[in-house]
Write a protein that binds this ligand. Structure first.
Ligand code: SAH
Length: 367
C-alpha cells in the first residue's frame, strides 16, 4: 500500500490544510483541484502553474490514483456503464444516463450494501466496505474522461455530466463523511461546480444522518419510500423497523424546512401485486399529506432469482393518476440501460461479502 496522499481524496478544506502543513500557500488547493477535476489531469507534472520544485515536492508526498475501469459498456439507449476495480476482488458500478438537456451520473457510495431491501440486487451481494472520497469522486472523474469532456471548449451549460445522483450501490448516509467530501468537490467552483439542485442523495432513511446532512450540505434529497405503511415497508426496506415512516418523513420535513420551494423526491418501486393497488395509492396520498414531496414511480427492474415482478404499465399509470388527482406531483421514471444491467437496482459490481449474507441465503433457500 502506498503511503502517499491520494489528491483525489481531498476536498478544498482538506487540500488547503494539506498545503499549509507542507509549508505552502493555501491557494495551491484551488489550482490543484482545477487540474484534477476541471482539466481531468492525473499527472502532477502536467500541473504547469506549479513550479518545478513544488511539483517535485508534491510527487514525493502525493499521488493521483484513479479507479481502474475494467468494463465500459454502452446501452442501445445511450446509457453507459463502467465497472471500476477497487481492491481484493471488489468492484463497483457507475452509470451515465443522457437525456435531453442533461446528463445524469449515478454513483456508488459503498462496495455492496448493508441494508437488505428485498427488491434490490445490490442487497443480495452483502457488504464489504465504504468507498473513499477518491473512489466516489473518481467515478465522476472517469465518466468525464470517458465521455470526452473537453474543459477548454465547453461552457457550463454544455457540460456532459450535468447532474449526479447517489443512487448506485450502497447507502450514502451510512458512508457519511466520504459522501459529504465527494459532494463538496462536486459543488466546489474549483471542482465540478454543480449547483445544489443538480446533486441528489438517495437514502433509505437513516434519520440521524439526515439531520447531520442538513448541517453540512443542502443537496437535493430522495427518499426510498416504496410503501404507504410501516407493515409493508418493514418487509421491503427493513431499515424501517429502526426508523419508521413517520420519523423518516419528519426528518425529511426538517431537511427542507425554511425553503418553501423545495421538495423531497419520494422513490416508489412498482412491484406487481405488492405495493401497486389503488388502495395503496390512496394510502400513499394520506401518508404524504403535509410533506413537500414529488413522487417518482420506478418500474421494478428484475434480476435473477427475484421473487418480484414489475407492475404492468396500466397499473403504474393508474397508480400515478390517483396520486395526481389527489394533488401530488407524480411521474414514472423511464427505465434506462436495462439491456446492460445498468437500471436501478441492477448494479452489482463484485462484492467480497463480509457479512456472509450470501451463505445465509443459501441456507435459507435450502431450508
Ligand atoms: N441506498 C440508497 C440508494 C439506492 S439505489 C437508497 O436506498 O435510496 C436508488 C434507488 O433504486 C432506490 O430508491 C432503490 O430503492 C431503487 N431500487 C433498488 N432496487 C431496484 C430494482 N430492482 N428496481 C427498481 N428500483 C430499484
Amino acid at each position: 500500500m502506498s503511503t502517499k496522499v491520494n489528491l483525489l481524496n481531498l476536498n478544498r478544506a482538506d487540500m488547503e490544510a494539506f498545503f499549509i502543513t507542507h509549508g505552502e500557500k493555501p491557494f495551491r488547493a484551488k489550482q490543484v483541484l482545477q487540474w484534477l477535476h476541471q482539466y481531468g489531469v492525473a499527472d502532477i507534472d502536467a500541473m504547469t502553474n506549479l513550479s518545478k520544485i513544488l511539483r517535485a515536492k508534491l510527487k514525493d508526498i502525493a499521488e493521483i490514483r484513479v479507479p481502474e475501469v475494467v468494463v465500459d459498456q454502452a446501452s442501445t439507449d445511450g446509457t453507459h456503464k463502467w465497472v471500476l476495480r477497487l481492491d481484493s476482488g471488489n468492484s463497483v458500478e457507475t452509470v451515465f444516463i443522457p437525456e435531453r438537456g442533461r446528463g445524469t451520473l449515478c454513483v456508488s457510495s459503498q462496495v455492496g450494501c448493508a441494508l437488505e431491501c428485498s427488491f434490490c440486487s445490490t442487497a443480495r451481494q452483502g457488504f464489504n466496505r465504504n468507498l473513499t472520497v477518491a473512489e466516489i469522486i473518481g467515478q465522476m472523474w472517469v465518466a468525464n474522461k470517458a465521455l470526452g469532456r473537453d474543459p477548454f471548449s465547453r461552457g457550463r451549460e454544455q457540460r456532459i455530466v450535468s447532474n449526479v445522483v447517489f443512487m448506485g450501490m450502497g447507502e450514502p448516509l451510512l458512508n457519511f463523511d466520504a459522501t459529504v467530501g465527494a459532494i463538496d468537490i462536486l459543488m466546489d467552483d474549483f471542482g465540478y461546480g454543480l449547483s445544489k439542485r443538480r446533486v441528489t442523495v438517495s437514502t433509505s432513511g437513516v434519520v440521524p444522518a439526515l439531520d447531520r446532512l442538513k448541517q453540512v450540505s443542502d443537496v437535493a434529497l430522495a427518499l426510498s419510500l416504496h410503501a404507504p405503511d410501516d407493515a409493508l415497508r418493514n418487509e421491503l426496506v427493513p431499515l424501517n423497523k429502526k426508523y419508521p415512516i413517520r420519523d423518516v418523513l419528519d426528518a425529511c420535513k426538517r431537511y427542507i424546512a425554511g425553503d418553501t420551494r423545495r421538495r423531497i423526491t419520494m422513490e416508489y418501486v412498482m412491484l406487481d401485486g405488492v405495493n401497486d393497488s389503488p388502495a395503496q395509492a390512496r394510502a400513499l396520498v394520506n401518508t404524504l399529506r403535509g410533506v413537500p414531496a414529488k413522487v417518482n414511480l420506478i418500474p421494478f427492474n428484475p434480476f435473477p432469482e427475484t421473487q418480484y415482478r414489475r407492475s404492468s404499465d396500466a397499473n403504474i399509470d393508474r397508480f400515478r393518476d390517483i396520486l395526481k388527482k389527489a394533488g401530488l406531483i407524480a411521474m414514472t421514471r423511464k427505465t434506462r440501460g436495462d439491456d446492460i444491467d445498468a437500471a436501478c437496482g441492477q448494479l452489482v459490481g463484485k462484492v467480497n461479502d463480509r457479512t456472509r449474507r450470501t451463505q445465509q441465503h443459501v441456507v435459507l433457500s435450502g431450508s
